[in-house]
Design a protein around this ligand. Structure first.
Ligand code: UD1
Ligand code: UDP
Length: 373
């Protein structure tokens, strides 16, 4: 029986690991353990609750406003001492490009445990954007033994880096998770509950959903983003309601609450995963720097204005569902107003197929792994 560990720490990793954990737990030929570093706390716990994940190890790492060096060193020593030296594993699954992924891969390598990397091969080709994620995923790819790519472009990126063995294109588990979330929001009772909970939001207006958390956007860029949101709110006062579930990172949280004061801007706490999907469904368009939201939006037929200078999710741009605007005030305002007024442009961005997956990725990963064993 193969012994496998799923190790993750932040909200998006948990969302993308959840369907995979359930898939492997349903197969008695694997002994499955779950470890969380808790690089995020509240935002991770929200996901664990919704997906009913049983946690075997919780390293409880998060500190307020943690720094990269401190986080990285805490992670490597705690993962090693409190998990990997406690129990033996054949494989460790890591997902994506967070500091947890880098530290977990390195710690596993030191113990000579095989690393399986999910969402492998994403590249912006700029090591400082996203920062530190581009370097995290480059290093994770060097260490990993098996690479599960979401798209052919990700596979191509790996091959260009001479990473050619055990590379498989399987789609992104985020779409498996999305389908699980969509099941929940189909329930009429749940919808009613959410309408009551968020009754301060005027849903008869066009809803613009905003999220922002990337380190490249901290400081001056985020101030410029806030100015752009204020401008949109003021220009479209009677038509638009901006809903911003604010990330708990103090670099975003404090400035958002200080600057974004307008009757049609609602700052709310991070949404539970099915609530976020429900809010995406209710929205007219999305303005974000999130990776996961860029992947989910095409399935829900929502256009995405991406507040980054570069993205590794080129497929969304090429399909026509997303446009890049960086943190540029004029571009954010201009592209948003255009999508509010120009139905033809809007329709072009919303009628695309999701390039990131079809909801069967977890099954594909299990099938491939079984055939390798
Ligand atoms: C991290 C990841 C990023 C990922 C993002 C997803 C790194 C370096 N960054 O960024 O790749 O896109 O998560 O959201 O791995 N905080 C809380 N409660 C929480 C979560 C965060 O209070 O539940 C606050 C804490 O003060 C914490 C800070 O946010 O110190 C930063 O968290 P951290 O994980 O270091 O960075 P993120 O910006 O969340
Ligand atoms: N998300 C959520 N609640 C929110 C905002 C986002 O559940 O309030 C989900 C979103 O649907 C996506 C994931 O979190 O699946 C993205 O996480 P985030 O933007 O923090 O990180 P990234 O994907 O950029 O690494």
């Amino acid at each position: 029986m193969k012994r496998i560990l799923f190790l993750f720490g932040t909200r998006p990793e948990a969302i993308k690991m959840a369907p995979l954990i359930h898939t492997f737990k349903n197969d008695t030929s694997y002994c499955v353990k779950v470890g969380v570093t808790a690089q995020h706390r509240e935002m991770l716990d929200q996901v664990i609750r919704f997906f009913n994940i049983e946690v075997d190890y919780d390293l409880n790492i998060m500190k307020p406003n943690q720094t990269l060096p401190q986080l990285t060193s805490d992670l490597i020593s705690k993962i090693t001492n409190e998990i990997l030296l406690e129990e033996s594993f054949d494989y460790i699954f890591v997902q994506g490009d967070t500091t947890t992924v880098l530290a977990a891969s390195l710690a596993a390598f030191y113990q000579k445990i095989k690393v399986i990397h999910i969402e492998a091969g994403l590249r912006s080709h700029d090591i400082y954007s996203p920062f530190p994620e581009e370097m995290n995923r480059l290093m994770a790819s060097r260490i990993a033994n098996i690479h599960f790519c979401p798209t052919p472009l990700a596979e191509k990126n790996l091959k260009e880096e001479n990473c050619k063995e055990n590379v498989f294109v399987v789609g992104n588990t985020v779409i498996d998770a999305l389908f699980m979330g969509l099941e929940k929001i189909k329930n009429k009772g749940y919808e009613k509950q959410l309408l009551t909970k968020y009754n301060f939001i005027n849903f008869s207006k066009k809803i613009i959903l905003v999220t922002c958390h990337r380190r490249e956007n901290f400081g001056k860029p985020f101030n410029e983003i806030c100015d752009a949101l204020l401008e949109i709110a003021s220009k479209e006062k009677n038509n638009v309601e901006i809903i911003f579930p604010v990330h708990l990172n103090p670099n975003i949280l404090e400035i958002a609450h200080k600057k974004l004061i307008a009757t049609n801007i609602k700052l709310i706490t991070p949404l539970e995963y099915p609530e976020l999907i429900w809010m995406m469904n209710k929205s007219y368009l999305i303005i974000t720097d999130s990776g996961g939201i860029q992947e989910e939006a095409p399935s829900l037929g929502k256009p995405v204005i991406v507040m980054r200078n570069v993205t590794e999710r080129i497929e969304g741009i090429e399909s026509g569902n997303a446009i890049l605007v960086g943190h540029n005030f004029n571009l954010i305002v201009e592209k948003t107003i255009d999508l509010l007024k120009n139905k033809d442009h809007y329709d072009l961005m919303t009628s695309v197929q999701n390039p990131y997956g079809d909801g069967t990725t977890s099954e594909k990963i299990k099938f491939v792994l079984s055939s390798l064993n």
